[in-house]
Design a protein around this ligand. Structure first.
Ligand SMILES: NC(=O)c1ccc[n+]([C@@H]2O[C@H](COP(=O)([O-])OP(=O)(O)OC[C@H]3O[C@@H](n4cnc5c(N)ncnc54)[C@H](OP(=O)(O)O)[C@@H]3O)[C@@H](O)[C@H]2O)c1
Length: 327
């Protein structure tokens, strides 16, 4: 089979497409023929050795995707895992989806309802899973609350915009261009802001009439403190990621003065520790997509050979929604 491989930790430009033997499913595993792999920002980090998870070299990137079960290893039969040969499944692997086949624990597969096409299923798990966990389980977002989303057209950001709207919140999208804001508005944002650290706090306060209730921050760096300062009484600040680079430090006096909650979101740890809650979130998301309530917006689908273009979209901040590779 063909696989996109990381053989040295020098970033996306040094990935290679290599011929490899097909993997063999071990006990409890399934062999999945991948149809689409979805890229996330962390894929740009993992192939440069700058992500918290460091797989042994060589490895294939691609944390998630969609495929069809071709075979089941010992003990991974239907009753045990809930999947059968021929099922179309979401694969949540962490890495390894940018290959024609993957052998993976059958418990990490989620059957896809017929009403959900491959393109929407491929990139649903990580972005929408993270944002649903953040907004529902952590911030307990309520109808009518103001939600500011930083990086509102990236993978997790656009998911937060859509989910926030679906949960009845009033969403303020923050992004780097008017074109991006138009996309966020089309996905449910009530207001949009081309963000600048110097004006972010006042602009968010003005739009929300005094202070926002929840900040969803996937960007970090110089945007974090002004966004924190834009929160109103007992506001919640969701720490999602640091796409802009630097990990910010926040002055604790600001937390004290308005009884703010700074809430960490580590979706990968959540699904390991609370697998039942994670599965319930997944079913909720798939039901919403099947009912046409979530778009799971795709930026583009590229053949595996065009991986430099696909990764480049993420590193250049140009992706609007999910970037998919077809192994
Ligand atoms: N906590 C968790 O459990 C969890 C789960 C998933 C992802 N994450 C993290 O969330 C962050 C976003 O992930 P993603 O997959 O949504 O990424 P993405 O699709 O690349 O989106 C990131 C957004 O950040 C903004 N940005 C600002 N400065 C940037 C820069 N220097 N380089 C790139 N983007 C920049 C961009 O929007 P503008 O151009 O509009 O500024 C971009 O749309 C990452 O740090 C990721 O590791 C965390």
């Amino acid at each position: 089979m063909k696989a996109l491989l990381c053989t040295r930790l020098d970033g996306p430009d040094h990935l290679e497409i290599v011929e490899r033997p097909d993997p063999v499913p071990g006990p409890g595993q399934a062999l999945v023929r991948m149809r689409l792999a979805a890229l996330n920002f962390f894929d740009t980090l993992i192939v440069a050795g700058r992500y918290q998870v460091k797989p042994e070299l060589p490895f294939s990137p691609g944390g998630e995707g969609v495929g069809v079960v071709e075979a089941l290893g010992e003990g991974a039969g239907e009753g045990a895992s809930g999947v059968a040969v021929g099922d179309r499944v979401i694969v949540h692997a962490g890495h390894g989806c940018c290959a024609e086949r993957i052998a993976i624990d059958a418990g990490r597969l989620t059957p896809v309802p017929d009403a959900v096409p491959d393109e929407q299923a491929a990139g649903l798990t990580i972005t929408y899973g993270t944002s649903l966990h953040a907004l529902a389980n952590r911030a307990r977002l309520r109808p009518g609350e103001w939600l500011a989303v930083l990086g509102a057209t990236g993978g997790v950001g656009l998911a937060a915009v859509e989910l926030g709207r679906l949960m009845g919140a009033r969403v303020i999208a923050c992004a780097s261009s008017e074109e991006k804001l138009a996309v966020a508005r089309a996905h449910g944002a009530e207001a949009g802001l081309v963000y600048d650290p110097a004006t972010l706090k006042d602009a968010l306060r003005e739009i929300s009439g005094g202070g926002v209730d929840v900040v969803y921050d996937a960007v970090g760096d110089a945007f974090a403190e002004p966004a924190l300062r834009a929160l109103g009484w007992r506001g919640r600040y969701l720490v999602i990621g640091f796409a802009a680079g630097a990990i910010p430090r926040l002055p604790l006096n600001l937390i004290l003065l308005k009884e703010l909650d700074v809430q960490g979101v580590h979706w990968g740890a959540f699904l390991e520790r609370e697998p039942e809650a994670h599965r319930a979130d997944q079913r909720r998301l798939l039901d919403w997509v099947a009912a046409g309530k979530l778009t799971a917006q795709v930026h583009g689908t590229y053949p595996l050979a065009e991986f430099p273009e696909a990764f480049g979209l993420l590193t250049r901040r140009a992706a609007v929604g999910k970037v998919l590779l077809r192994p």
